[in-house]
Design a protein around this ligand. Structure first.
Ligand code: G6P
Length: 360
């Protein structure tokens, strides 16, 4: 059946709003009768047997892969490298003895990712595709598939597929940790339910986020997103969302790298969006924000409850640190949406972009 927008003006807004439901859907699909993680035994074995994981992806999926690397390394303690699909074959890493290749792809059709899949399969390496489209090329050609259960994503700018990918990777990470006999205090199925509620709180703040977009992004030519640790990866995604649909030149930076070049671009009124969801980087990112303000920047701080300060533009409801990226991206998606709307851009079909790039 054709997917309808219903009462929504754009698919993108609809898909942003669907994220809490997607989380609950993922929980139900990955839960067994005893409220434990349900996962294919062969996949479990493949991940367990890997001495190193290589995540390969493009665009927004690549950004999910960066977060996934952190999750798997921190939770399951398996080394992970995340690679841009189109670069992988030019910059082939020295592959470990028992690698597992994970292809992250909403569509399962991205040619750059497929190019890598074909190459590593020839070498006899194990492959797993994490995708929203189980019958897709990458899914059919890999040894294993994990479904992200986000439902069809129509808007070119990816939203719910990104959070769904990270949710599935978190479940995979914990499952692997469990299988390796690690004591886990972190139950991803419970924590994702808390994430779903937090997402709902944020998608209910549309008016406020529209105002943030109006205040910070209505006339600017450029914008910067800064964060550290996992927040940095979400900043890359926040900047990509804004570029894709509003055509504002936006870049995500690691807070500490600002002073090594990018700060030269800060002028009177340049919007700088700061993100702090991780306690160990809260003070340093706030320090970076001050450095930009001293050079004229308009600061827009997004922080997590408990780390918030007076004057922060958006305060995110508290969720587990590992899952903070699933929540902190929501206001960025909405801010990008409203910025594009105010600029009268074609939100669902931005110029020059395709939903899925099937040429190399
Ligand atoms: C295109 C889309 C992006 C997407 C990327 C990877 O460039 O415009 O939104 O992130 O492809 O797509 P995939 O389907 O492999 O996740």
């Amino acid at each position: 059946a054709d997917i309808e927008k219903g009462t929504y003006p754009h698919f993108m807004l609809k898909e942003i709003d669907e994220q809490p439901f997607v989380m609950r859907n993922i929980i139900s699909k990955y839960k067994d009768d005893f409220d434990k993680i349900k996962l294919d035994e062969d996949i479990r074995r493949a991940v367990m047997g890997a001495d190193r994981i290589y995540i390969v992806a493009a665009g927004t999926s690549y950004h999910a892969g960066l977060v996934g690397k952190q999750m798997i390394e921190n939770i399951a303690e398996i080394p992970v490298e995340t690679h841009i699909a189109s670069e992988f074959l030019y910059n082939m890493p020295l592959v470990s003895e028992n690698p597992l290749f994970i292809f992250l792809s909403q569509s399962g059709e991205t040619a750059d990712s497929r190019g890598v899949l074909v190459n590593v399969k020839e070498k006899g390496f194990k492959t797993l595709t994490v995708t929203n489209v189980p019958g897709s090329t990458l899914s059919r050609e890999a040894d294993f598939t994990l479904h992200t259960f986000a439902g069809p994503e129509i808007a070119v700018a990816s939203t719910k597929a990104y959070t769904a990918q990270m949710a599935v990777l978190a479940i995979l990470a914990v499952d692997t940790a469990n299988a390796r006999g690690k004591e886990m205090s972190f139950n991803p199925l419970q924590e994702l339910a808390i994430v779903a509620n937090a997402m709902e709180v944020l998608t209910d703040q549309k008016e406020k986020l529209e105002q943030v977009a109006r205040d910070f992004l209505s006339v600017t030519r450029n914008a910067f997103f800064i964060g550290r640790a996992a927040d940095y990866y979400v900043c890359l995604e926040g900047a990509l969302k804004l570029k894709e649909i509003s055509y504002i030149q936006a870049e995500g930076f690691a807070g500490g790298e600002l002073k090594h070049g990018t700060i030269a671009l800060i002028e009177e009124g340049t919007p700088v969006i700061g993100l702090a969801t991780q306690e160990h980087v809260n003070l340093s990112i706030r320090g970076n924000m001050k450095e930009t303000v001293a050079r004229g920047a308009s600061p827009c701080m997004i922080s997590m409850e408990g780390l918030d300060d007076e004057g922060d533009a958006v305060v995110l409801p508290k969720v587990h640190t590992h899952l903070a990226p699933l929540v902190s991206v929501i206001p960025m998606q909405l801010i990008a949406y409203y910025a594009a709307l105010h600029r009268e851009c074609d939100v669902d079909k931005p110029r020059n972009l395709a939903k899925s790039v099937t040429v190399e």
